[in-house]
Ligand binder design. Structure first.
Ligand code: MGD
Ligand code: MGD
Ligand code: MO
Length: 670
């Protein structure tokens, strides 16, 4: 299984020769990913066998961030950590310690390995919000726990709308099914903020002003209602609150007004609505990109209403899909052990790490334990994050495989394993298969998995609660032993042999929809309690003065040849990507006197970074696209795009707003 944070969750065939991984290819027997993988994972052996791999615990010998370390043993590392933490706990309490982890490994055991440990310790809890809580919350307000349309069914659709997703880069195997739908006659529409790679797959590209998708969706609904393109019978039986939406919200979203808000021509909005309303089984794939805006939750909420208006869920291949949480198939509390938390400790939002490390708090964060994440590179407000990580008084432990930008700031570095060296159980957020993995090679003698590192620390602390006495393999067994409706009747033998097995999702078949009312809910009676509008809405949110100072919308898009900061250290892949760069419309380049290929300073009041300018008319005027999360150490002045990105939270789910910021650019002084 591929361990990366990617919806495809590919099946792999790993060739091992003489105890060494020599080749990684796609597993032709994997039902969803069918034998092909991305360019990144084709290079997995280069990472596993990299000479840059950290092979021993390290202790800092130079100033913070300088990357100067001396080797120590695991015993020394563990006793240092235990001693420092004991001091901090005695003086300030365990909430002064903050775990920090995200998506380096997606397996259910390794990914969550720190939860029982930090619950038992009584540390601060991390709200893991950097990726998709806004889109999830927006979806759930309308659809509850409904899974949406199976992505495999897209081949039956006659219209596919890729809404804010660069599927060719970020959801490759879904994109191949969209091509299949196209071969069978489907039209494909991409709704994007710039002409991404995925535009090559689409029959039509609709460019929307970043952050305004809710208005566009409401405009489409206005036309559907006005031109009687509704499925009245479906609405009657399966929708709650459409009449309220129609009476109170839709009248204001005329195509003319929506054009002003979104930049999409009124005629295009009308045509989009007609195409959507007349299709027999339209499928909308909702991306997370469009939710990383101030009103990102609302964007997804509004889009999630669309299929209900035309009764798309009643047809094969029709409906919408945001993601699947196959983790819910298992009793995850067996791993995460919330019961080990003696009392609810404070929660810190991971998006606001910079604030947490630099602002006054009671108690202040005095220790950070980072595992399978690279916050120095991937988190917004980078200048704040780095000044926090530079604090002499912050005791930082980083469990890693490479000297990442974050590891450079560590006091102690612990060497980590690769997925091919550890046990785990994987779900996916882009399909419905689960898969068990066992190690195919032995790790280097000194490297430990997340689970192993935490059990070692727990034993050093003298704990003997159940999870700390068990191996990672036993934890996988434990997850598989607990019956849930998703596991009923599945092929357990195939699962234990390491095959991808489809979960049983029959109990979530719709209708009824998995909401309180059993219907698709456009009206959210309890919305008002959480400060949210009871009906989908859109607030115009432009500040002309701000737009004058920072004329460019910044899009920090996923790169094709790296995944967040993973693989971004590989020169071969970086070169194929085109290197660190900022893409600008050629008219903007001309107007500003920027030459194609010259270095520019991209800046705002948060920070700045230096990037090579590339004139590219895939980018609309007034937009700057910076693909990829490059390593700081490889960039001039040691800052990447996240020095330009703020840490405001979304309207729902307290999520990240990576795409919501503005910048200006200037030529470098000689
Ligand atoms: N190659 C590669 N694959 C990846 C990743 C990667 O970094 N590289 N990241 C992985 C991760 S962690 C995730 S969460 C997933 C999903 O990755 P996401 O970050 O959710 O990316 P996408 O869903 O593809 O959506 C990104 C697209 O949204 C567009 N966009 C931005 N703002 C708006 C807007 O306001 N409206 C509209 N309509 N579009 C907008 C951007 O231009 C961009 O092309 O991909 C995973 N797969
Ligand atoms: N500008 C900008 N920034 C972004 C985004 C964006 O679109 N634009 N996308 C955001 C999104 S969607 C996400 S999900 C986050 C992701 O951010 P992160 O989850 O921090 O992802 P990575 O940068 O891939 O870093 C993962 C690290 O985990 C390490 N690792 C891998 N496996 C293991 C393991 O088994 N054990 C241990 N201990 N370490 C391991 C890898 O070596 C790697 O350094 O980034 C966000 N940052
Ligand atoms: Mo993500």
């Amino acid at each position: 299984m591929c361990p990366l944070d990617c919806p495809d969750a590919c099946g792999l065939v790993v060739r091992v020769e003489g105890g060494i991984v020599t080749q990684v290819r796609g597993d032709p027997d994997h039902p969803f990913t069918k034998g092909f993988i991305c360019a990144k994972m084709g290079h997995y052996p280069d990472l596993i066998n990299s000479p840059a791999r950290i092979l021993t615990p390290l202790k800092r010998t130079g100033p913070k961030g300088a990357g100067q370390f001396a080797p120590i043993t695991w015993e020394e590392a563990v006793s240092e950590i235990v001693a420092r933490w004991s001091g901090i706990i005695a003086a300030s309490g365990a909430e002064a310690i903050l775990p920090y982890s995200y998506g380096g490994v997606m397996g259910l055991v390794q990914r969550n390995a720190g939860h029982p440990f930090f619950h038992r310790l009584g540390a601060s809890r991390l709200k893991r919000t950097i990726c998709s809580p806004a889109s999830t919350a927006g979806w759930q307000m309308v659809m509850g726990n409904s899974l949406g349309t199976d992505p495999e069914a897209v081949v039956h659709a006659d219209l596919v709308v890729l809404w804010g997703i660069d599927a060719v880069a970020t959801n490759l195997h879904f994109a191949s099914r969209v091509r299949e739908a196209q071969r069978r006659g489907a039209r494909v529409i991409l709704i994007e903020a710039y002409k991404s790679r995925t535009a090559a797959l689409a029959d039509q590209l609709v460019l929307v002003r970043p952050g305004t998708d809710a208005a566009l969706a409401l405009g489409v609904m206005h036309v559907l209602a006005g031109e009687d393109l509704l499925d009245a019978a479906f609405i009657d039986r399966h929708v709650l609150g459409f009449q309220e939406l129609r009476a109170n919200v839709l009248p204001a979203f005329t195509p003319t007004r929506v054009e002003e808000l979104t930049g999409v021509p009124a005629d295009t909005i009308r045509q989009l609505a007609r195409d959507y309303g007349r299709a027999s089984s339209p499928f909308i794939r909702i991306g997370h990109g469009l939710s990383r805006h101030e009103q990102g939750g609302m964007s997804v909420r509004a889009i999630a209403c669309l299929p209900a208006l035309v009764g798309a869920y009643a047809t094969e291949g029709g409906g919408a899909f945001l993601g699947t949480g196959t983790g819910m198939a298992f009793v995850m509390e067996r791993v995460t052990r919330p019961d080990l938390l003696a009392r609810p400790t404070r929660e810190i939002n991971m998006v606001q790490l910079g604030r947490a490390l630099t602002e006054a708090m009671e108690p202040p964060v005095q220790s950070l334990y980072v595992y399978h994440s690279n916050p120095a590179a991937v988190v917004p407000e980078q200048n704040l994050v780095l000044s926090g990580l530079s604090r002499e008084g912050l005791f930082t432990v980083v469990h890693e495989r490479f000297m990442t930008d974050t590891a450079r700031y560590a006091d102690i570095i612990l060497p980590a394993t690769f997925s091919v060296e550890q046990h785990d159980l994987y779900g996916s957020y882009g399909h419905f298969y689960v898969q068990r993995t066992r190690p195919v090679v032995a790790p280097p003698a000194t490297a430990k998995s997340n689970w192993q590192a935490f059990t070692l620390l727990a034993r050093a602390l003298g704990w003997n609660e159940e999870p700390f006495l068990r191996s990672e393999e036993e934890m996988v067994d434990e997850l598989l032993a607990r019956e849930t409706p998703f596991l009923e009747g599945i092929d357990r033998e195939a699962l234990s042999l390491g095959r991808a097995v489809r979960l049983n999702i029959g109990h979530l078949k719709t209708p009824p929809f998995q909401t309180a009312s059993g219907r698709i809910e456009m009206y959210a009676a309890d919305g008002a309690n959480c400060g949210l509008p009871v009906l989908p809405a859109y607030q115009a949110n432009q500040d002309p003065e701000w737009e004058r100072v920072y004329p460019f919308c910044l899009l920090t898009t996923p790169a094709n040849y790296s995944l967040n900061s993973s693989f971004a250290q590989m020169a071969t892949l970086g070169a194929r990507e085109g290197g660190p760069r900022v893409l600008l419309n050629s008219e903007d380049c001309l107007a500003q006197g920027f030459a194609d290929g010259e270095y520019l300073e991209v800046y705002n009041h948060r920070g700045s970074c230096l990037l090579r300018a590339v004139a590219d008319d895939a980018v609309p005027p007034g937009v700057a696209v910076i693909p990829g999360v490059w390593w700081l150490k490889d960039l001039p002045v040691g800052r990447n795009v996240n020095s330009l990105v703020g840490d405001d939270l979304t309207d729902m789910g307290e999520g990240s707003t990576f795409y919501a910021y503005r910048v200006n650019l200037r030529r470098l002084q000689p």
